[in-house]
Design a protein around this ligand. Sequence first.
Ligand SMILES: NC(=O)c1ccc[n+]([C@@H]2O[C@H](COP(=O)([O-])OP(=O)(O)OC[C@H]3O[C@@H](n4cnc5c(N)ncnc54)[C@H](O)[C@@H]3O)[C@@H](O)[C@H]2O)c1
Length: 349
Amino acid sequence: MSLKLYTYYNSKVIYGPDSRYQVLKAVGDINPYKICVITDGNIATLYQDYIRWLENELEIEDTLIIEPGEKSKNIETVITLWRDLFERGLTRKSLIIGIGGGVVLDIAGFIASTYMRGIDYISIPTTLLAQADSALGGKTGVDFIIKNGIGTFYPPRYTFIDPVFLETLPIIEVKSGLAEIIKHSIIRGGGFYELVAENSLETIERDGELFGKFLELSIETKVNIINKDLHERGLRRLLNLGHTVGHAIEKLSSYSLPHGYAVSIGIALESRISREILGFKYDDEVVNILENYGLPTEYNYDVEELVHEMKMDKKNWHGKIVMTLIEDIGRCKPVELDDDHILEVLRRN
Ligand SMILES: NC(=O)c1ccc[n+]([C@@H]2O[C@H](COP(=O)([O-])OP(=O)(O)OC[C@H]3O[C@@H](n4cnc5c(N)ncnc54)[C@H](O)[C@@H]3O)[C@@H](O)[C@H]2O)c1
């Protein structure tokens, strides 16, 4: 398979086997003064050869390692990293390379966007969720009061999506990423949705080419949307499907659920709500698809608590809960909902 190039807002995305080595050429183009790598403890161990190769080839100033997992995605981690960069003498002409899943990349992107008002950034996603979704579109940030409460829009100069990283990914993280891929297929509809609907975890585990196709279609779908609306003022809001409920569930689970699992439960519940509010007909089918990929579709929540969490969401521009709902496969739209209405619908579902 040859490498594929996608672009959005001066940001280049290179997808394909061994694309991780293309970072040398990208760094040559940027010509930075001092580079730091940011990664987590799991990647630092699993991919020590690659990191050592980078350190040697690029004369990396230091590799900064954070604790794996959502619990690290906070302002304390950011302060430690900011301090590390100052101590190592990075300037406005320096470069950050983030290597990891959505947590590392959300933090590394935030660091790059804020250090001395913004320095160059390269992103190397290593989870399916990050490759298919979170590393695309420039959203960065940390959890503060609410999920992703503080952050910026800051597309990296380059993103290298190399499927080799997925070989070491635990199945739970594969399934977590599949939730975002399924989300993209519902938003896009057509052949992508049909392909997802007619397959399952079992078939994609057997067929690497098919799995690659899923990833490619997901990247393509997301890049097409963010090219039209980077700052989420219109079309990009569709990508929040499953996330109003999903973020609330993530918070209620004290972040013990993987992000994609919470999104899966969110897509299932928001499909039910779509039936009630927009007459969406395929809610059972959507729930079946999620289950066919081994994803959870239910959660034992307290309705009042869920609504309380959803009220805090960033998407609520005018104080009312906003949810991306499905009119039909391939046709979604953000809808503003009254608390009483949503409470009543949730009590029935
Ligand atoms: N910025 C965005 O647009 C956006 C979109 C969706 C989600 N997110 C964020 O992404 C985060 C979730 O990302 P995630 O699911 O990648 O979680 P994660 O970064 O926590 O990674 C999951 C686990 O997999 C490990 N891991 C990473 N790569 C591996 C590999 N190749 N082999 C083995 N283990 C590996 C990590 O160390 C971690 O333990 C959430 O914080 C979510 O809010 C951001």
